[in-house]
Design a protein around this ligand. Structure first.
Ligand code: HPA
Length: 271
């Protein structure tokens, strides 16, 4: 990963909006794109026009950077995200984290759609990520060390900020939404899991599985940003329900959009 190249691109966005001071960066994962419509957008940039970031390759993932505002709080919203399985390397995945830090944000909210491994979770449930298991078999910090990402061996105790997790619960109450808590397992995809993999993941302690979030969480934590993670459980994981499809995942998230929008608006009001 060429961190200097990512910083240069982030600095060009910073220079274009010198009066914009986001408190938080929100990354809207699969199916979460419409949540961004709940915020007041001041400026919008297409991912394709931002060097390093580029366009996501997946239907339903959108691709705009929004400079937005909610109740006087400025926000960077990534309406869409890049994934490792696209094969474009770590740079587009690291860009949102780099921009959040460059623009002085205190933290990031990383959202995703995930398969429910915990049998208690129904489609449409929203899970606060308490911790993760990185089963991607790789790590975005592999390669020459760059001081932008903090120490060579960053601590990953408490990746998901305890204060943010409490505040998500508070925001959930205000939004009238019952939140689950659990452990997110990250895999590379793009194939979905086999039923046997899912039972193995359950034994390892995972409550939900997905193909994102963990790389950004590692980078953000390493770079000294606070992190919150939210999974919308869009389907029962492999072997626990019907055969999986991307369409089912998007449909599962769609039904949850109003609740997710209320949750994030309330969260912005309490951090
Ligand atoms: N597995 C992996 N990623 C996912 C799933 C799933 O079941 N649902 C949404 N993203």
């Amino acid at each position: 990963m060429d961190t200097d190249k990512i910083i240069k691109s982030a600095e060009s966005v910073r220079a274009a909006f010198p009066a914009f001071h986001p408190r938080l960066a929100l990354v809207m994962g699969s199916g979460w794109r419409e949540v961004a419509d709940g915020f007041t957008v001041k400026h919008s940039l297409d991912f394709v026009d931002i060097p390093v970031l580029g366009a996501p390759q997946v239907a339903g993932h959108g691709g705009q950077l929004l400079l937005a505002e909610q109740g006087g709080v400025e926000l960077l919203i990534f309406a869409g995200r890049r994934h490792w399985y696209e094969g474009a390397g770590w740079e587009p995945i690291a860009f949102p984290v780099c921009l959040a830090k460059t623009m002085g944000a205190q933290g990031m909210v990383l959202t995703n759609s995930a398969g429910g491994i915990n049998a208690r979770f129904r489609a449409g449930a929203v899970m606060v990520i308490d911790d993760h298991i990185n089963l991607m078999g790789t790590n975005p910090l592999i390669g020459p060390h760059h001081s932008f990402w903090g120490p060579r061996f960053p601590d990953m105790t408490g990746v998901y900020d305890a204060d943010y997790r409490c505040r998500l619960d508070e925001a959930g109450k205000r939004a009238g939404l019952k939140l689950e808590h659990g452990i997110y397992m990250a895999v590379t995809g793009p194939s979905y899991e086999t039923p046997v993999e899912i039972s193995a993941f359950r034994r390892l302690g995972a409550d939900a599985v997905g193909m994102s979030t963990v790389p950004e969480a590692i980078l953000a934590r390493a770079a000294g940003l606070k992190v919150a993670g939210l999974s919308c459980i869009t389907n029962a994981a492999a072997g626990m329900g019907q055969a999986l499809s991307h369409e089912e995942v998007l449909a599962g998230a769609k039904a949850a959009i109003p609740g997710l929008t209320r949750l994030l608006k309330e969260f912005v009001g309490v951090v």
